[in-house]
Design a protein around this ligand. Structure first.
Ligand code: GLU
Length: 298
């Protein structure tokens, strides 16, 4: 099978070195393995996506020496399919309407924590669990959440094959832990989808075999595996790569590492300088494209 890699930036800011590292790993891994390299613009948040930022991203990536297949998929063209997937999950009774705003949730959480002197549970990404039974269904606007308990009912144990290192250097067969997550949002109030939902649908649509992205998304993979199972989507291999962190002792905001690629270009950096600044090397490449046969699931 020809490996298919992708880089999927959100056009609500400029590319930084962390993005450059991710893009380079995907592009060079595709090149070394005879695979394909696709680009996807994750612009579901139309209030923050900017056309000039998309242009800038494409320009920076081309300047870095990357080549990708066209046309480039934009998530903003796919709202119908996202809504269809939410409808499918709703028909399976796996969703509910959640009316509380982010502000109301955080007010509820601080009141709970002050009153009970204990922490309210949180998702692996730090977001508080949704207080479903404290909902105030009298407001017109709502988001759609996945009913996690219901979704996990009748779902077999899930996992994925990790070729990266992940947090705590986890690699190989990983046990997915979607139960650590609350009722994740699958349809945001403002855009009728969410990162989790659109990413799994589009990785499937584009036939991505190797999802290579930053280690900060390692725990989200449990949610993605669950959604892939519920929506009958194929299981890719995952690789969560190192994040670029500043160890110089300077605050990230003051260091060179925090500058955008376009600013570094203006200051005279070359594409090779960017590769060096990311510390990009052969060790970063993803050359194992599949789950080894001996651990393959039957
Ligand atoms: N659009 C996401 C970001 O820019 C990447 C999502 C992914 O690679 O799964 O962080």
């Amino acid at each position: 099978m020809v490996p298919v890699f992708r880089f999927a930036p959100s056009p609500n800011g400029q590319l930084h070195l962390g993005h450059a590292l991710s893009a380079l790993i995907n592009f060079e891994s595709a090149r070394k393995t005879g695979g394909r390299f696709l680009l996807r613009i994750e612009d579901i948040d139309q209030s923050r996506a900017r056309a000039h930022l998309i242009e800038q991203i494409l320009d920076d990536l081309a300047w870095l020496g990357l080549k990708w297949e066209t046309p480039v998929l934009k998530q903003s063209t796919r709202f119908d399919q996202y809504i269809a997937a939410i409808t499918k999950l709703s028909e399976l009774n796996l969703t509910y309407k959640a009316h509380k705003t982010r502000k109301q949730i955080s007010r509820f959480v601080s009141e709970y924590e002050n009153k009970n002197n204990r922490l309210w549970p949180r998702d692996p990404d730090g977001a508080p669990f949704y207080p479903r039974y404290e909902d105030e269904p009298d407001t017109a606007s709502f988001s759609i959440r996945l009913d996690m308990a219901q979704a996990l009912n009748n779902t077999p144990d899930l996992g994925w094959y990790e070729t990266g290192s992940g947090p705590d250097s986890q690699s190989g067969e990983i046990i997915a832990q979607p139960h650590l997550w609350s009722d994740v949002v699958i349809g945001r109030k403002d855009c009728a989808t969410s990162y989790h939902l659109s990413v799994v649908l589009d990785d499937a649509l584009q036939g991505i075999t190797n999802i290579v992205r930053g280690a900060d998304l390692f725990w989200s993979t449990s949610v993605h595996r669950l959604l892939q199972h519920l929506l009958n989507l194929p299981e890719p291999t995952y690789h969560h790569h190192r994040l670029i962190t500043d160890t110089s002792g300077y605050k990230l905001s003051k260091s060179l590492l925090s500058k955008s690629i376009s600013n570094l270009r203006k200051e005279g950096c070359s594409p090779d300088d960017i590769r060096d600044m990311c510390g990009f090397c052969d060790h970063d490449l993803v050359l194992v494209s599949q789950r080894p046969a001996q651990t393959a699931k039957s």
